[in-house]
Design a protein around this ligand. Structure first.
Ligand code: BYC
Ligand code: FE
Ligand code: FE
Length: 470
């Protein structure tokens, strides 16, 4: 096992820290058992054209080669230290950033790190069956790239737990391998990570909307006064960009295929493609599930995290002022059957402030999909983001029912119209029936357009996944 540990690429001087080595030596075999048990089903002997991070330098963070997934080198990397970092926001603004966990923030930091960590293995579990029905070798490779990197993100968080949280950290690291997405007795912590992902449209929506929550949460943590967390999440963000690309462009290719058929006057349903109204319902469902991941609109947790310097805003440097005191934030919340305006201290609205950035970014992607519709010759119809009040499970809007325009409606109306707005059983069955594996070079499933270009400069029809004996 010692030998295996030596092969862990890292820039944290792992070889000089005996305690940390021992902790990771114990955890690593459990991680591999977890991967075999609930990681991607099948393909474990296949050779996948994957990038691996072997250093944080520009020439080392994306080394491409054929790899068998269980032999993937999950590494531990922190973005390089940049001089004497200062805390950039909150009550401790301007003080030196912490290299070790301050006692008074230990519980909060542990909770934030565990919540972040839990999502990484959860997403791998959710996606475990998709390889069997991949629409092309290109997509199959992308799925596995995302899966191994979410595995690395788990390693990144487990490093922090082992290095900085002693015995508690080791226990949390074990628990991360014990919870299971969708389980009734040991579920994953956040709701969206217990939802099934059984078809590729859900996968693309997840990578578009749910991984994108990851981008914003990681960006907020990249501002943290706890420097190891800031540097870890900074490096994770470089990988995250590809996951977001897989999601946004995956949906774009589904839209393109549908649009091309519509422009020819054909019915997507008769051609083995996904009708636009089904795409819209998938969008509604995954966007709103992901909105919940930002937490409640008004949150004392969020205020405490900001005050303490643990979790900042998106690009905190660009904010005009970093204490966020004596400023308020206005929002509308349901109260006794009506929407009322509420004004709260800005610090208490930090979840909503981050959600604002996220919604803007999602709107940009929807605009791109609508351009694809137009470019393919489809006019007069478009995709839209539903209101952020619609279909919420967390925060004040979860206490009432709204339509996708954000209007308060009765529960009876909501129940009656839900099928128009959210994924129905019939939608699921229809999309699932389209899922046939296309594992031949240069071919792609009927419901999606081929990608515009390949990975790492390779052609689109490159053999991204080779069978074990090739
Ligand atoms: N589900 O004060 P509130 C990613 C709980 S994704 C269930 O409003 P807070 C990835 C909350 O625990 C990024 N419960 O929330 C993507 C609290 O419970 P208690 C993951 C929820 O604490 C794809 C109560 O409700 N990163 O990386 O301000 C693939 C009231 O909470 C939920 C993070 O999440 C929910 N959705 O904020 C792979 C960053 N939301 O204490 C990876 C770390 C809230 O009353 N996490 N609750 O019992 C955080 O910063 C915060 O914990 C949250 C919630 C933003 C999640
Ligand atoms: Fe991740
Ligand atoms: Fe991701």
């Amino acid at each position: 096992m010692a030998q295996a540990l030596e092969s862990i690429p890292n820039n944290v001087d792992l070889s000089s820290d005996r305690r940390l080595q021992r902790a990771l030596e114990q955890w690593q075999p459990n991680f591999l058992s977890w991967w075999r048990e609930v990681g991607p089903e099948g393909f474990q002997g296949h050779q996948i054209y994957l990038r691996t991070a072997v250093s944080v330098e520009p020439d080392g963070w994306a080394m491409f080669d054929y790899v068998r997934m269980p032999e993937y080198r999950w590494g531990i990397f922190l973005a390089p230290k940049s001089g004497e970092r200062k805390i950039g926001f909150g009550d401790n603004l301007g003080e030196a950033a912490w290299d070790e966990v301050p006692g008074e923030h230990r519980n909060a930091l542990r909770r934030i790190i565990v919540t972040q960590a839990d999502t990484e293995p959860a997403s791998v579990e959710q996606q475990r069956l998709l390889g069997k029905v991949a629409p092309s070798l290109y997509d199959l490779r992308n799925l596995f790239q995302v899966n191994v990197e979410e595995g690395r993100h788990l390693w990144a968080m487990v490093y922090l737990l082992h290095r900085h949280f002693g015995r508690d950290g080791r226990e949390e690291a074990e628990e991360l391998l014990a919870r299971r997405s969708g389980s009734s007795d040991k579920p994953r912590i956040l709701n969206a990570f217990n939802e099934p992902i059984e078809d590729w449209l859900s996968f693309f929506m997840f990578a578009m909307f749910t991984d994108r929550d990851g981008k914003y949460q990681l960006s907020a943590l990249a501002e943290s006064g706890f420097d190891p967390l800031a540097r870890t999440t900074r490096f994770m963000l470089t990988e995250e960009a590809h996951h977001l690309f897989v999601g946004e462009m995956g949906v774009d290719r589904v839209v393109q295929r549908t649009a091309e058929l519509m422009a020819q006057g054909k019915d997507p349903r008769k051609e083995g493609a996904v009708p636009l109204d089904v795409i819209q319902r998938y969008l509604n469902q995954w966007f709103t599930l992901s909105l919940d991941l930002f937490g409640g609109e008004v949150s004392s947790n969020a205020a405490d995290f900001f005050a303490a310097g643990l979790k900042g805003r998106f690009r905190e440097d660009d904010q005009p002022e970093h204490k966020a005191l004596s400023v308020t934030y206005r929002l509308e919340v349901p109260e006794n059957g009506a929407l009322v305006e509420q004004e709260v201290p800005l610090r208490n609205a930090m979840n909503e402030v981050l959600r604002d950035e996220y919604v803007k970014d999602c709107q940009r992607a929807v605009d791109r999909w609508n351009k694809t519709l137009q470019r393919s010759g489809v006019n007069g119809v478009s995709l839209r983001l539903p209101s952020r009040r619609f279909h919420r499970g967390v925060g004040p809007c979860a206490t009432a029912t709204f339509d996708p325009e954000g209007r308060l409606i009765s529960e009876a109306d909501y129940e009656a119209r839900k099928g128009d707005w959210l994924i129905s059983e019939a939608d699921r069955a229809y999309v699932r029936a389209l899922m046939h594996p296309v594992h031949e070079r240069a071919k792609v499933a009927s419901w999606i357009a081929p990608p515009g270009k390949g990975i790492n400069g390779m052609p689109v029809d490159f053999e991204y996944v080779k069978p074990p004996d090739a």
